[in-house]
Structure formats: structure tokens, C-alpha cells
Design a protein around this ligand. Structure first.
Ligand SMILES: [Zn+2]
Length: 433
């Protein structure tokens, strides 16, 4: 039974407490990069399917006041890009199908980056990409329009929309147990391209910008993604929404077929196609804002009519109404909201300087995502009619703002947050000396 969230003990969050508790195995000493706005609390890639509430998070490293993402930027600037482009041509020549049948997969939502990737592969490198999309939870109208513009600029697409009830239930569990409502989406989206590659025997997949550029542990000098991220032989340790597969079946009445789209592949499923998963950002210097201009000019891509909640920016991550909530939860758990994510990327790419980034953070960071909140709470509400069994597992199956606020406080790590003068404040901020 999932209990109604209890009020937290405010004493843990008092201003002067020595050695406040630390959640998620985060580094108790909060540090910021001196070049961008990232902190060492930022999580880096891990196998999402192993993620439980007690899993120790691996996080961004900061050495000599500079984060790994900024170090990668230096490598990026020193790269011989004409040499890299030649390498890309070589790969394309090796894999290209002369009869026009699909020779590579480009995963994406139809946002600026996937548009750019598929477009240049097709029109500059003569490839025959199949684009594949795992649908957002709830499309924004502008996200849906951009998705269609993508297809209409000359691409075939497989759109997979997971069972709405399963996806809602898993998202609610992820919110409830991990404060990570995006987890089922991330898992589904992650494995879907490899699954389609195996099904249609298309041996090459191209992602856009490299994970290394965001400070993840992968090596910027390696264009290939390791297949072990996509596969496992051991399903016994897999959890979705902090719940084991066994419990999802027994208590929440989901069956294997419901769960399959969210699970990593078995290594043997990929054995026959010798799958090669590549980062296009290794071969072409990736610049998100340039991708946006490119997609607008060549494919009718439009920015959202309004800025995203918690940031100034309106051209990245604009297709899912749950996106605002995703970044709100990262702000609560790690003290890193959407403005930090966006400004750090824009600083590294030379759009703004660090002081401008900090001003934007002061203005927008941590803003409550009001605009779609009612629709999102309805989405998370597990009603009796649609979920006759799963419904019984919740003390209160409907989600509303009071419930959400109690849940929010439960996931605040005391080393990040203090409660003072009747309000929540970050203990350490990017502009602190
Ligand atoms: Zn940095």
C-alpha cells in the first residue's frame, strides 16, 4: 500500500544544523563549476533500470573548479572537424543501401536536434534514415506540429505510443517512489530504437550530441555507445518506478506484455545485426541553437509560443507537457532546475556568459510549473474505473496540489535545502562565493 505522504520533520532542515542529512548518496559538499552553472550534484548516466530509491547516484565531477562538461568543451574546440567529417563519410559509405532501403535509424521527437541529424544524414550524406519516436506522455500542440513538420520534410517515421494506462501507472509510481515521473518515458525511449533496429535488421543508429558534452562519464573521443547500456541478461534486478517487475505484476496487475517496451533487450536479440550505435556529435560540432535555426529554416520547426516553466528558453524540450515537472523534480532533488540545465549549455556554446546565466537562474529557477499542472495531476490520478486493481494499492489514488506538495518535501535532501522564515531556500547557490 502506498501511503499518503507524511509531513517532513522540519528540524532536519534548520539553518544552523551541522552535517545535514544527504539523500541519494549525493556529495555533501556542494560545489559549482566556475565556467558554467552546473554543480557536482548533477546526476550522470546510469542504468535507469537499476535505479531504486536507495541507489547511490553517480554525479558530475568538478576538478580545479571546472566541470567535466566544460573540460569536454575544450576537447571539442581542439578537434580537427574536417578529419572527423571524413570519418563520417567513410561510415556512411560502408552502411549506405544503394537501393534506398533503410540503412540507419535516427531516434527523436522531431525536436531541433533529431531534425538536424536526420536531415543532414539524408540530404548531405545520402543515407536512407528511418526516424523513430517514442511518444511523449502528453503532446503540446506545438510539439505535435513540429513532429509533423519533421515527417513532412521528407522522412518515414515509426511512432510508438505506449499503452496509455500502463504508462500513466508507471509514471505515477515513478513520481511516488523516486520523484522521477519521467523514468518510464526515459526507459521506453532509450530501448525503442535498438528494438526497432533488431526488428528491421538496420545495423546503424545515429544519436545527435554526445552525452560527454553534458558531463557524463562517456569519452568524447569515442563515437560509439556501448551496447551494455541497452541490454541485460539479468532481469531479476530490474525496477520501474522503484518497483520490481514481480511486484508490478502481482500488486499492480501489469503483465509481461505491458512491461516489455520498457525493458532492456537481451544481448542475443542484437547479436545477429551487429548493431553499431553512434553519436553524430562526434563527427560534426554540435551546436543546439544552430540546430534550432537549421530546423526552422529547413523544416518549419517553430519554438514554443511561450517560455518553458522554470527557464527563459523556448526551443528545447517543448513537446511534452510533463517536461516542466521533470525539471521541477530535479530542482527539488538535486537543487538543479531547468534554468541551470539551459544556461550551462548556452554558456558552453557561447550564447551567453556566466553572469547572464546567473541572472537568468535568479529569475526563473525553481518556478512551480503551473501552466499544465491540472492536466498533469489528472494524468497521475489512478482512478477506480480504469485501474480496478492498481487503485487499491494507493491510500489516495487521486493526485492534487496538496498531495504533490507533501511529496515534494519528502524528496528534498537536507544538505541542499533549508527551511527558514516559513520558506524553502537552497543552502548553497551558484552565486555564493
Ligand atoms: Zn562547467
Amino acid at each position: 500500500m502506498i501511503k499518503y505522504p507524511k509531513k517532513i520533520n522540519k528540524a532536519d532542515y534548520s539553518e544552523n544544523i551541522k552535517n545535514p542529512k544527504t539523500f541519494y548518496g549525493l556529495n555533501p559538499k556542494i560545489e559549482f563549476c566556475s565556467k558554467c552553472t552546473y554543480s557536482n550534484q548533477k546526476p550522470t548516466t546510469e542504468k535507469e533500470y537499476n535505479h531504486k530509491i536507495n541507489t547511490k547516484k553517480s554525479t558530475l565531477t568538478i576538478e580545479n573548479n571546472v566541470c567535466r562538461a566544460c573540460k569536454v568543451l575544450k576537447e571539442k574546440k581542439n578537434t580537427d572537424w574536417s578529419k572527423r567529417k571524413k570519418l563520417l563519410k567513410k561510415i556512411c559509405n560502408k552502411y549506405r543501401n544503394k537501393d534506398g532501403t533503410y540503412d540507419c535509424i535516427v531516434p527523436g521527437s522531431g525536436g531541433k536536434d533529431s531534425f538536424y541529424a536526420s536531415y543532414i544524414l539524408k540530404y548531405e550524406f545520402g543515407m536512407n534514415p528511418l526516424t523513430v519516436t517514442w511518444a511523449p506522455h502528453i503532446y503540446t500542440s506545438w510539439g505535435w506540429k513540429n513532429f509533423n513538420s519533421w515527417i513532412h520534410s521528407g522522412f518515414d517515421n515509426y511512432l510508438f505510443t505506449p499503452n496509455g494506462r500502463t504508462h500513466r501507472l508507471l509514471s505515477r509510481l515513478s513520481l511516488e517512489n523516486l520523484f522521477h515521473p519521467f523514468q518510464p518515458f526515459i526507459m521506453g525511449q532509450y530501448y525503442f530504437p535498438a528494438r526497432i533496429a533488431a526488428k528491421f535488421k538496420i545495423p546503424l543508429v545515429f544519436y545527435g550530441d554526445t552525452n560527454a558534452e553534458f558531463g557524463h562519464k562517456e569519452d568524447f573521443s569515442n563515437p560509439q555507445r556501448n551496447l551494455h547500456f541497452f541490454t541485460t541478461n539479468n532481469t531479476s534486478n530490474i525496477h520501474i518506478g522503484g518497483t520490481s517487475l514481480k511486484d508490478l505484476k502481482k500488486n499492480f496487475k501489469l503483465n509481461q506484455k505491458d512491461l516489455d517496451p520498457y525493458l532492456p533487450l537481451k544481448p542475443k536479440e542484437l547479436k545477429n545485426i551487429n548493431l553499431n550505435i553512434q553519436y553524430l556529435g562526434f563527427y560534426i560540432p554540435w551546436h543546439p541553437q544552430e540546430c534550432y535555426y537549421f530546423a526552422s529554416e529547413n523544416g518549419n520547426f517553430s519554438a514554443a509560443p511561450e517560455r518553458n516553466a522554470g527557464t527563459h528558453q523556448k526551443y528545447t524540450g517543448i513537446d511534452d507537457k510533463l517536461d516542466d515537472f521533470h525539471y521541477y523534480t530535479t530542482f527539488i532533488k538535486f537543487g538543479i532546475g531547468r534554468s541551470t540545465y539551459d544556461t550551462s549549455v548556452e554558456i558552453r556554446n557561447g550564447e551567453i556568459d556566466r553572469n547572464e546565466g546567473i541572472s537568468l537562474i535568479k529569475k526563473y529557477e525553481g518556478e512551480f510549473p503551473n501552466r499544465f499542472s491540472q492536466e498533469v495531476f489528472d494524468y497521475f490520478s489512478i482512478n477506480k474505473k480504469e485501474f480496478p486493481q492498481a487503485y487499491k494499492q494507493f491510500e489516495k489514488a487521486e493526485m492534487d496540489i496538496d498531495y504533490f506538495n507533501l511529496l515534494t518535501d519528502k524528496f528534498r535532501s537536507p544538505h541542499i535545502w533549508k527551511y527558514t522564515k516559513n520558506s524553502w531556500k537552497l543552502r548553497r547557490k551558484v552565486w555564493d562565493k
